[in-house]
Ligand binder design. Structure first.
Ligand code: BG6
Length: 508
């Protein structure tokens, strides 16, 4: 620790909560997610001393390779993608605890080898070890892996806990999500299942609950009487990169709105839970989702819009349009931008529009929630030329520049009573001097500890799909071409049509 860290009471790292000795099995261990996110996150947990004292990792995927080849690949991924420079001693010790089991995901023999490997670790430890299976494969393999684990009787251990972590996407329609839940829950109990939405692992998303429920200031205005509208934005400057194969079947609505953005909406809109336990929090979120009516056929035009990025300039470089990206069919109908107008039909929120928008290749990366209050009922300063009075806005910035800012009207110094908006800011980076852990660090640790608070429950994921499904169906049935927006800009002008008179999208 540096002197500043020792002196500053606001510097805190990831707490070291006890974790039972565990073997983590990653299916799809040589894939992109594992290499970019999971292995580096596990390294950072090791670095912080947050992993269980006895920890083993088994990588599994179709590529044939030895334990040592897998370790070399893991070393390379960690060195390249870890948020901190790896310490060679910590990294070597971690790699030593890694094994590799090759095999196709439906190959019964591979599960026998896995079983024997897990048993070998227990023998060596002289004690039962918890097991955590992480499915980081393409989604079509989720059911078969679950069923093979069941067939090998790996879903249960007499003397230890067994858990399964399932990556997104959890289905691509409501029917698929229901079917997947059904197949998973035939083998595992719901308490063993951890469905990932990595936004829930972000510190700033968790801070939304602290902000709302640890402060008395906001609750009295947090309702339809004071709030005019809420805008949730997840803008990205990147394009689809090399992910055409996945993205062209998904689109912005499935990729970000169905999961991450609806989760953000739940955090803003939910009632305070009685206790901060996994099920009480998830009960409250499900109540919010159930209060959002699934869009009716005849209102879809007015509440949902989509578009695609056209060529343009981002970060000083010329970039291609979506239809020119490698692997994208030239007549693709897939949206890279989606905007919705939703309503929550309950006592707190009736009549308040919730605007959601997300897009690739916009002007910059920013994820924020903007809460706009109603204007003051009477403005006494008009005669003095108060041109700058605006309704108060509370902006929760989730990334980058994480923080909270409140816009207030203030008097401009001088002899006249002129008003302009000023900002009151809290910035994470300057208040808490530690670097926030990556979402996956928190989530992997929580799954190993058996804390499901930051994971999506079966009824929650289905409630999310119930809202999105009618839009997906309509869009798939409606031929293009889609409206285009120039890359590197604010997005399509057509999105303005969703807003009420006098409202504007915030600048990205
Ligand atoms: C993923 C999406 O879930 O979230 C990606 O599949 C997207 O398309 C990413 O880029 C955004 O996550 P973050 O943490 O960078 O905001």
């Amino acid at each position: 620790m540096t002197t500043t860290e020792l002196e500053n009471p606001l510097v805190e790292g990831l707490e070291r909560l006890p974790v039972h000795p565990t073997t983590l099995v990653i299916f799809g261990a040589t894939g992109d997610l594992s290499r970019r996110k999971l292995l580096p996150a596990i390294y950072n947990l090791a670095h912080e001393g947050a992993l269980p004292e006895r920890f083993n990792l088994v990588g599994s995927s179709r590529s044939r390779m030895s334990d040592d080849e897998f370790r070399d690949q893991a070393r390379e991924s960690i060195t390249r993608f870890s948020r901190r420079q790896p310490d060679p001693t910590v990294l070597d010790a971690l790699l030593e605890r890694m094994r590799y089991v090759p095999g196709s995901f439906d190959d019964a023999e591979a599960y026998k080898t896995l079983d024997a490997t897990l048993a070998g670790f227990e023998e060596e430890a002289g004690q039962p070890l918890n097991r955590c299976f992480y499915l980081s494969t393409a989604p079509e393999f989720f059911p078969v892996i679950v069923e093979r684990l069941g067939a090998q009787r790996l879903q249960h251990h007499d003397d230890a806990e067994v858990r399964i972590v399932i990556e997104k996407p959890f289905g691509t329609t409501l029917a698929e999500a229901e079917e997947l839940n059904h197949r998973v829950l035939r083998v595992f109990r719901e308490q063993q299942v951890f469905r990932i939405d990595h936004y829930l692992g972000k510190e700033t998303v968790q801070n939304l609950m602290a902000f709302r429920f640890a402060n008395g200031l906001f609750e009295p205005v947090w309702n339809r009487n004071y709030i005019d509208n809420i805008q949730i934005t997840a803008a990205e400057d990147i394009g689809i990169g090399t992910r055409a194969g996945y993205y062209d079947h998904a689109g912005a609505l499935r990729d970000l709105v169905q999961n991450h953005m609806l989760q953000l909406l739940c955090h803003v809109a939910m009632e305070p839970p009685v206790h901060f336990t996994a099920d009480e929090i998830r009960d409250e979120k499900v109540k919010v989702l159930r209060s959002i009516p699934a869009p009716a056929e005849d209102e879809l035009e007015r509440i949902a819009m989509r578009a695609q990025y056209a060529p343009g300039r981002v970060g000083g470089e010329d970039v291609p349009g979506y239809l020119q990206e490698e692997g994208v069919p030239p007549d693709s109908n897939t949206e890279t931008y989606a905007a919705l107008r939703l309503h929550i039909d309950n006592w707190r929120w009736a009549g308040v529009p919730f605007y959601l928008r997300t897009g690739k290749r916009l002007a910059r990366k920013v994820t924020e929630i903007a809460i706009t209050l109603k204007p003051v009922p009477h403005l006494a300063f008009q005669q003095d030329g108060s041109v700058g009075v605006r309704p108060n806005q509370l902006i929760l910035t989730l990334q980058p520049n994480e923080g909270v800012s409140l816009s207030l009207g203030a008097k401009i110094p001088g002899s006249r009573m002129r008003i302009r908006p000023v900002n009151m800011e809290f910035l994470y980076g300057t208040t808490f001097m530690s670097q926030s852990p990556e979402a996956y660090e928190r989530l992997i640790l929580d799954a190993m500890r058996g804390d499901a608070t930051l994971f999506t429950r079966n009824d929650e994921v289905e409630a999310q799909w119930r809202i999105i499904d009618p839009i997906v169906t309509r869009w798939e049935a409606t031929p293009g071409p889609l409206p285009q927006y120039e890359s590197g800009t604010q997005g399509p002008a057509e999105a303005d049509a969703l807003l009420d008179d006098g409202q504007r999208w915030r600048a990205v």
